[in-house]
Design a protein. Structure first.
Length: 149
């Protein structure tokens, strides 16, 4: 029997974002590393990075600050697809305010389950210009509060 692994904040955040229902047209990827082949993520890709945060001193609660980068490639065009990247960023940003319940238990295969207690944005989606490959990118930050379940 394999040992149960402890999750980390990036794994919890990726699984958390994948758990939302953004509708039938939402077929973007989610991960910690942008895939090299942009043809594999023409509908967009959400890149998650831990950029700060805190752990509780008395209770094993994690509160990472996560940078959420919403990428859309510029395939067959010399213009970045700003509108599509912004729509993706706004959909995720707005999901933190309700609609679906933010608090949820996440199952992650060989990893211990995690319980997300809160998630909220701490910055507005903003355009990041001058990508060398010409991709459109919007970025914003969220705080995710979670514990091992």
């Amino acid at each position: 029997m394999a040992a149960t692994l402890l999750p980390n904040s990036e794994l919890v955040a990726v699984t958390f974002l994948k758990s939302f229902n953004f509708g039938p047209s939402a077929s973007f990827g989610v991960g910690t590393t942008l895939p090299e082949n942009s043809a594999s993520w023409t509908d967009g890709f959400v890149q998650v990075s831990v950029v700060g945060g805190a752990a509780d001193i008395d209770v094993p609660t994690r509160k990472p600050m996560l940078q959420i980068d919403c990428w859309v490639p510029s395939i067959n065009s010399s213009k970045p697809q700003w509108g599509k990247a912004n729509t993706l960023a706004e959909a995720i940003h707005n999901a933190m305010y309700g609609g679906e319940t933010v608090a949820r238990e996440l199952s992650m295969g060989n990893y211990k389950n995690a319980l997300v207690q809160t998630a909220y944005p701490v910055s507005e989606p903003r355009r990041v210009s001058n990508d060398p490959a010409g991709h459109a990118r919007y970025t914003f930050d969220i705080i995710l509060t979670w514990v091992n379940a």
